[in-house]
Design a protein around this ligand. Structure first.
Ligand code: NDP
Length: 330
């Protein structure tokens, strides 16, 4: 049983020396617990925050202890009522091969209803993030024009497609390579897309959205946010989902210089946390599940194999190696 420990808190970009892959005993499940062999492990940008000691919505990872994160696995031993060997469960004890956990922390998932990895992505946490952020926080309405950054990633690709399926007038996405931009246009049906590395975001956004944007779904922060405020229409809404462009900064990033534009536009800018929106989960699965099954909503996964590559996969998310959800397959 191998598991990943945080050894030192990274400063700036995390380095391999900040982590250790440790050999540990396979845990014994206590009364009321199940022993799970992990099959798919999630790596997500928010984990960067948990590697620092700063107080946030999720507790910092403890030094010298195994890290946590979403995972789907198979029950290999059960001391809990309602769980049998062979059941598949979604839980929060990733970054390791085996986990013993209280049955109350495990949610059964059906491998016949959808591929197991999708419970971490398109039908899981990142999918609900897209759904809740767009529909609830940004109050999306039919006819809105929507701009989303990180648009080839897990959350962003779903935001753009849900907006299209729900009648957006125009969907614009930004991503970090020409290949990703092509995917947005050719496969996901975005109306316009640009590579933010090819020129100033504000200029590229103005060209892609000459009539402005009603909704901006922000995965990136920094100059993307400033550009979106600059292109915001009257009564525009900005949902702050993430700010991945600043997660490895050692100094606070300067904020947008044009916030006063929110006065002219009566614009609204609001952060949200997916954890507060799990009441939408049934509605999300009911509405988005059929789109995924019919292929109307497309998704990609970047799959890295082996627990030994869990860290590289995480670093890859910060670098943009992934298209769609980054998954580690054990
Ligand atoms: P993604 O699948 O989108 O992966 C992250 C992507 O970020 C990379 O693929 C990369 O793509 C892009 N990126 C990296 N650095 C930069 C940069 N400097 N500028 C612009 N883009 C960059 O991850 P998720 O879909 O899981 O998460 C997307 C965002 O949503 C993150 O900010 C995350 O923290 C946030 N989030 C927030 C939640 C909430 O409850 N509020 C819940 C889940 C996620 P590229 O090649 O395009 O640069």
């Amino acid at each position: 049983n191998r598991e990943w420990h945080l050894v030192t808190r990274p400063v700036g970009w995390p380095k391999p020396e900040d982590f250790a892959l440790v050999e540990a005993e396979v845990p014994t499940p206590r009364d009321g617990q199940v022993l799970v062999r992990n099959l798919y492990v999630s790596v997500d940008p928010y984990m960067r925050g948990r590697m620092s000691a700063a107080k946030s919505y999720a507790a910092p990872y403890e030094l010298g202890k195994v890290m946590q994160g979403g995972a789907v696995g198979e029950v290999v031993a059960s001391n809990a009522e309602g769980f049998a060997v062979g059941d598949h469960v979604l839980h929060f004890f990733g970054w390791r091969e085996y986990a013993a956990l209280d049955a109350g922390n495990a949610v059964k998932v059906d491998p016949d209803a959808a591929p197991l990895s999708t419970y971490l992505g398109v039908l899981g946490m990142t999918g609900l993030t897209a759904y809740a952020g767009l529909l609830r926080t940004a109050s999306f309405e039919e006819g809105d024009s929507v701009f989303v950054s990180g648009a080839a990633g897990a959350v962003g690709s779903q935001v753009g497609q849900i907006a299209k399926l729900k009648g957006a007038s125009r969907v614009i996405g930004s991503a970090g390579s020409d290949e990703k931009v092509k995917l947005l246009l050719d496969e996901y049906g975005f109306d316009a897309a640009f590579n933010y590395k090819n020129g100033p975001v504000s200029e590229q956004l103005r060209a892609a959205a000459p009539d402005g944007v009603d909704v901006y779904f922000d995965n990136v922060g920094g100059d993307h946010l400033e550009a979106a405020i600059g292109s915001l229409n009257l009564n525009g809404r900005i949902a702050i989902c993430g700010a991945i462009s600043v997660y490895n900064n050692t100094e606070p990033a300067p904020g947008p210089k044009n916030l006063a534009r929110l006065i002219q536009t009566r614009g609204r800018i609001e952060g949200f946390l997916v954890g507060d929106h799990y009441d939408l989960q049934p509605q999300f699965v009911e509405e988005v599940g059929p789109w995924v099954r019919s292929g109307e909503l497309k998704y990609r996964e970047t799959v890295v194999e082996g627990i030994e590559n869990n860290l590289e996969a995480f670093l890859g998310v910060l670098r943009g190696d992934n298209t769609g959800k980054m998954i580690v397959k054990l």
